[in-house]
Write a protein that binds this ligand. Structure first.
Ligand SMILES: N[C@@H](CCC(=O)N[C@@H](CS)C(=O)NCC(=O)O)C(=O)O
Length: 212
């Protein structure tokens, strides 16, 4: 089984998680962000994650989670996430994006090793989110906001030793926020994301920087 991803992509992190949490062997392939040909050849559009197996190609992160979950042991990720988790993600999503998106085209991620891949991402995302310079200039405001959100999250975090659909929904966003090296993440949230990163085999961005 081969999973095609972008390392920065939270939907791709979702799809990687069940492999790690259930100890299922797989091959991880990082596509360049400006490589349109590879995903289009597999699923007819430029989108990741993509699972390639004997059945063909499967897109959509939650469909991949569902399929991989069915491969080994009892199902862990069926059911619906807790409302506190989905509400939290809805409430804080735009603040997370304002902080994460303008920092994302970084060569620490394999998909952004070339200047053309970084330019591709920047052009596409600036059309949606606005100029990165402007977003970066607002950093302190967005940081103060997200710290309120992370403070609130501390009181209803999932158990980092369990494996549920709550983790599949929440961890990718907390991992994305690890692109900010100096965000004073509350201790319970830091402990949760550090442990979940170990258990699912998706290193935090801070860890990627140590080996880059
Ligand atoms: N609903 C899809 C969303 C996947 C998605 O939006 N992937 C983004 C990367 S984060 C993508 O491939 N966008 C096209 C691009 O990067 O050019 C899923 O859950 O898998």
């Amino acid at each position: 089984m081969k999973l095609y991803v972008y390392d920065h992509c939270p939907f791709c992190v979702r799809a990687r998680m069940p492999f790690g949490l259930k100890n299922i062997p797989f091959e991880l392939a990082f596509m360049a962000n400006d490589d349109e040909e590879t995903p289009i050849a597999m699923i007819g559009k430029k989108m990741a994650p993509i699972l390639e197996d004997d059945d063909g190609h499967l897109a959509e992160s939650l469909d991949i989670v569902h399929k991989v979950d069915g491969l080994s042991g009892e199902r862990l990720f069926a059911g619906t996430p807790r409302k506190e988790i989905t509400d939290w993600l809805k409430t804080w999503g735009s603040t997370v994006n304002a902080l994460v998106i303008p920092r994302t085209p970084d060569p620490v991620f394999p998909e952004f090793r070339t200047a053309s891949a970084r330019a591709y991402f920047t052009e596409k995302k600036e059309a949606t989110f606005g100029a990165f310079d402007g977003l970066l200039a607002e950093t302190e405001t967005h940081k103060a906001e997200i710290l309120k959100g992370l403070g609130a999250l501390s009181s209803f975090l999932p158990d980092a030793e369990a494996s549920t659909i709550d983790d599949i929904m929440l961890f990718p966003t907390l991992r994305s926020l690890s692109i900010l090296p100096d965000l004073a993440v509350p201790e319970p949230v830091e402990a949760y994301r550090t442990r979940m990163a170990e258990r699912c085999g998706v290193p935090l961005v801070s860890e990627l920087r140590k080996v880059a």
